[in-house]
Design a protein around this ligand. Sequence first.
Ligand SMILES: [Zn+2]
Length: 383
Amino acid sequence: MDSRIPLYFTKHPYDISGTEKYFMRAIRENFSYHILHNPDYAEIVRRELGFKRRGRGELAEEAASLIRVEEDISLIPPIPTAFFKRKRLWTMKPWQLPVKATSSGTEGKRSEMAYDCQSIIFGGALAGKLCSFHGLFSLRPANYIILGYEPHRTNKTVITKTQFISSFFAPPIRRSYALKYEEGGYTLNKKGLFRDLMSFCRSGFPVRIIGFPAYFFFLLKTLDRAGIRMKLPEGSMVLLGGGWKKFEGSKVDIIELSGLAEKVLGIKPESIREFFGAAEHPGLYCSCKNHHFHVPCYSRVIIRDETSLKPLDYGEPGILNLITPIAHSIPLISVMTDDIAVLHRGEDCGCGIKTDYFEIIKRVGLSEIETCSQTADRLMRDK
Ligand SMILES: [Zn+2]
């Protein structure tokens, strides 16, 4: 049986000890699958692991047999997101992949991602379990303020799709978008958004604010400066995700952001949840009530030294490397992001979730982590 089935359909999304054997099996299966079916990836593994003269079958067997215990996962060559932005490394053919999306990178540097039917089902199970665990589903209809892009057929970004899907967590009454699609482009809908927020507030139905944290911060600042104080109806929620992107310089931490939201919108800090994800990593992280991203049983996190790429211990900042056995479409098994993060022991949080959690120290641009760019360059050159 495919080991992803018991892993992704497990009851408790943070039951790492109960699912570890399935996770390890799924990782070995995924690693060997991509080596067998993707000649470019096999070449990367061959060179990175020093197995020069192996055929693909032999290589798949030998490379997978190296991954015995969790610590061995770090041996799987981490592919920087920069690599996916420069090259398609698809294992499956485009016609086998029903969902295609891009990362939201600028200046034409986007990763082209695609997912096969199985990984979409597993991804759905994963997202459903996590959101249900964190109490994000409700049968009570809600009005949505979406601090992001209005969906349009020309917009293929993962974040826009994710934000749209999130607007079904409670049955939607109305949606109001910060960026509306009009006459062939996106325009800022500031006035309409404020008007809708006021009217949603009076409607008595819960309001759900979904979007980029920077936009939420700018909205709060504007309302605060104008001296506006509101009380969002009971059951309202704020779901943030997508990082600060070009507004990294204006970034405030989640505690400060929650404090401002409580002051302006009258919403409790525990009703503000943050998501973390990357277009190149089909895994989802939802913050706990203490605003920490615990690692669910479907993925693992390795923090690597910025220069040597050696795995680091708890508390040491380094490059965030995300591990998932979910996809057959593309070898996304070990992806090195361009974020600097720190891993903490689960018990240090105190929210009740026992698994380790990571803290993003800095979301940096590609050019700022030279190691990632250099690794991407090397992988390209070696091919
Ligand atoms: Zn926690």
